[in-house]
Ligand binder design. Structure first.
Ligand SMILES: *Cc1c(COP(=O)(O)O)cnc(C)c1O
Length: 439
């Protein structure tokens, strides 16, 4: 399988090259040149498949250069946690993606990638430097996923003062091969600096850089698994609507990729906070990236979602086709708070702020847009729950007026000493730091 850039100005590359490079040399994002499809018999038997079965089957179609037994081991080990589908009644479901070590869905990508990278790397290779911008959860997942992996160094850029206390502790206390850079700017500044590093020829001569952001195709592969697994868990085989709380739109892109591979989905709901560039595009047909705004669902504070390029490519650069696949809506912090409170009170179900944005979007869809995708009332709506509420304790506790218990794996990092380097939001500063540190 070859991978091609969404900008179409770079040569097709192998899986190893697409994964280890992250961004294509023409600044585009990699997608498969020809879409693989799961067999009808596999799809018909989905309800009997485990997450690991699905994972291995899909990975095999995308990953070259790693033997079957190794790849099967990787998928088993990376996906060693539960992904329950909870019913909230009225055909509304929540797919809990937060049972991994850092309590957010980013664990899927990070745990899979770290193992894939180490299988692809050769002993003789230079150290690989994973450079990742994080709006909060990627950093901690990547720090955990790559911690103490031989031959790999991790450098995380996060916006100073714009991640939660717990997120910051998670990403600055890993130590060993993981370093955190605290950037005086927004997530978009971090993302821009990282992109600049990847396209800086002289830097790439000296360091072998790789990315762990959702610009990396290797991260999106494991995110397809749970879409299929959600359908496997429905009691009646049906074609659901997936609602995806979105920031950089990697998660929603993975859903479209799953659909390309034969997954039956009626449509996708793109739920955002005030950073509503994509819902606005869906309404007006214009894509206007702009600086991100701070919200309580901070992992979605993205003003220039990089996977938009993949969405457009996957749907043939056709606005009408994009609209037929995706409906979008954005919600304010006060709407988000209100829905957390309401669902907790009425259904005894506690959602983190990101999941709540998704829930609110489904509410709105049902009340005013039902039938947009020509579906029936009985079509299941599955909200991807992207993080555990305890991760956003500071926001949630005042809303529900109660203390929430912290899972043990989260407690572990809270008393450790934060270690980070403060950096200006300036690419030259980053370059200097990288060369000093890793060269
Ligand atoms: C990263 C993240 C998102 C956004 O996912 P994208 O793939 O960037 O759209 C949503 N919720 C949480 C909790 C996240 O960590």
């Amino acid at each position: 399988m070859k991978y091609i850039s969404t900008n179409k100005k770079a040569d097709p590359v192998s899986f190893a090259e697409a994964a280890l490079k992250g961004l294509a040399p023409d600044g585009g994002l990699y997608l498969p040149q020809i879409w693989p499809r799961l067999s009808d018999s596999f799809l018909d038997q989905l309800s009997q498949k485990s997450l690991q079965d699905i994972g291995f089957k899909i990975s095999r179609l995308f990953v070259d250069g790693i033997d079957d037994d190794v790849l099967e081991g990787i998928t088993k080990e990376a996906l060693n946690f539960d992904v329950p589908l909870n019913s909230l009644g009225n055909q509304v479901y929540v797919l809990e993606l937060f049972h991994g070590p850092t309590l957010a869905f980013k664990d899927f990508g990070a745990r899979f990638m770290s193992r894939i990278f180490s299988a692809l790397r050769k002993e003789s290779d230079r150290d690989l430097v994973i450079l990742a911008a994080t709006s909060g959860d990627t950093g901690s997942a990547v720090a955990q996923g790559f911690l103490s992996v031989e031959g790999i160094k991790v450098c995380l850029l996060y916006p100073k003062g714009k991640v939660s206390y717990i997120q910051e502790q998670q990403l600055t206390t890993a130590g060993q091969n993981v370093t955190a850079l605290e950037v005086e700017g927004t997530f978009d500044d971090c993302q821009r600096m990282v992109k600049e590093a990847f396209s800086d020829y002289s830097l790439n001569e000296k360091l072998q850089l790789s990315s762990a952001n959702s610009i990396n195709i290797a991260r999106l592969i494991p995110q397809m698994f749970y879409y299929f697994y959600a359908i496997a868990q429905l009691s009646v085989n049906s074609s659901p609507i997936f609602c995806v709380p979105s920031g950089n739109f990697g998660n929603l892109t993975a859903g479209l990729m799953a659909q390309k591979m034969g997954m039956s989905a009626t449509g996708f709901i793109a739920a955002t906070n005030a950073n509503d560039v994509v819902p606005e595009f869906l309404d007006y047909g214009e894509f206007n990236p702009r600086p991100s705004k701070r919200t309580i669902s901070n992992a979605m504070d993205v003003g220039n979602p990089s996977n938009f390029a993949r969405i457009v490519d996957l749907l043939n650069e056709d606005y009408q086709q994009i609209k037929r696949h995706i409906w979008g809506a954005s919600f304010s912090d006060s709407q988000t708070r209100q829905v957390i409170k309401e669902v907790y009170r009425k259904q005894d179900y506690l959602m983190d702020p990101h999941t709540a944005v998704g829930y609110r979007a489904v509410q709105q869809y049902i009340s005013s847009e039902q039938g947009y995708f020509s579906e029936s009332k009985s079509t299941p709506k599955i909200i991807l729950s992207t993080a555990h509420p305890a991760k956003f304790k500071d926001v949630i506790e005042p809303i529900i007026g109660k203390k929430i218990t912290m899972p043990d794996r989260l407690k572990a990092c809270l008393n450790k000493q934060k270690q980070s380097h403060v950096l200006e939001d300036d690419y030259d500063e980053l370059k200097k730091w990288l060369l000093n540190h890793y060269n």
